[in-house]
Design a protein around this ligand. Structure first.
Ligand code: NAP
Length: 289
């Protein structure tokens, strides 16, 4: 099997490293020559180019570009594909991408590895990024089953747990557990940084420890990715933010009213609810409800 990867950054580069370590031939395409050179030097790919026709022999191509470039990349790839080439993407939002890409290429499977770091670019690529993480396949109803199964097999070979669901259900779920936390976490950093008293701000920066590191991590990542996510998952993200605003308003009202009993009940409910979101990922196939 020959694998192609378009977009040799954090996700595309990490995928290349893992697939090559399994002995799979991997060919990469990225926008900049320098990235292609680094990918070859770092053994991320067997060979790389800035031209999409470089991937004409690939059996399956992972599109790992920023979200806005995914559908245009599919369109530009089409003249070079074999009739049975499988295209899949790794974009963090699925509904709009799966809709447009499946129309362009029937053998398209929408995917989303739920793995990442706060870094970006080829230098951030690392082996084992996907191990022990969920990999969502949010294919269109029309996506051919063998193509979905092929992508699932590769995802499992990375040590990921495969979940399948519709693109719309995916986007609503990740708005809650991934896109809302990104904005909440960024807002937390912004609020602290907005402290007007410089002495207090400096001390807060010095005192910040593991709790602040945990709660600020996802807000301190790639700003372009955050904006892309907000643009592409706007409706679901707004719905989550409105719900979150209600939760904040409730906490404010309880504290203003010194209603410690209700505050304690809500905090207890959060404490009880948290473990269900942090279960280890089983290795068999999973279907989202
Ligand atoms: P990244 O580190 O910035 O990598 C993307 C790479 O794509 C860039 O390094 C750039 O390489 C290349 N590129 C940009 N436009 C291109 C184009 N038109 N054609 C070919 N290559 C192009 O970003 P990433 O974090 O890997 O994210 C990539 C995708 O994965 C996004 O769709 C994102 O939604 C998804 N994703 C990200 C995460 C995460 O936590 N970061 C997690 C899951 C999924 P050059 O150096 O050549 O310009």
């Amino acid at each position: 099997m020959k694998v192609g990867i378009v977009g040799l950054g954090l996700i595309g580069g990490s995928l290349g490293l893992d697939l090559r370590s399994q002995g799979i031939k991997v060919f990469g395409v990225s926008r900049r020559h320098r990235t292609c050179e680094l990918a070859e030097l770092g053994n991320v790919v067997d060979a790389a180019s800035t031209k999409l026709n470089f991937l004409s022999a690939a059996d399956i191509i992972f599109i790992c570009t920023p979200l806005t470039a995914i559908a245009p990349t599919v369109e530009q790839l089409i003249p070079y594909l074999k009739p049975d080439t499988i295209l899949t993407d790794v974009g963090s939002v699925k509904e709009s991408i799966v809709e447009s890409c499946s129309r362009l290429w029937a053998n398209f499977v929408g995917g989303h590895p739920m793995a990442g770091t706060a870094e970006q670019g080829i230098a951030a690529a690392r082996r084992g990024l996907f191990a022990g993480t969920p990999y969502v396949l949010a294919a269109a109803e029309t996506s051919p089953k063998p193509a979905v199964e092929e992508v699932a097999t590769i995802a499992r070979s990375l040590g990921a747990t495969v979940y399948t669901c519709s693109p719309a259900v995916h986007d609503r779920a990740v708005a809650l557990i991934s896109h809302l936390p990104l904005l909440v976490s960024a807002g937390l950093i912004e609020t602290c940084q907005g402290e007007a008293n410089s002495e207090i701000l400096k001390l807060a920066q010095q005192l910040a420890s593991s709790g602040f590191r945990d709660t600020s991590r996802v807000g301190g990542g790639n700003p372009e990715l955050g904006v892309e996510i907000a643009r592409h998952n706007r409706t679901h993200l707004l719905q989550s933010l409105y719900q979150y605003r209600q939760t904040l308003d409730r906490a404010i009202a309880q504290i203003e009213a010194e209603d410690w009993t209700t505050l304690a009940q809500d905090l207890k409910a959060s404490q009880v609810a948290r473990p269900a979101f942090l279960q280890p990922h089983p290795t068999q196939n999973n279907h989202c409800p």
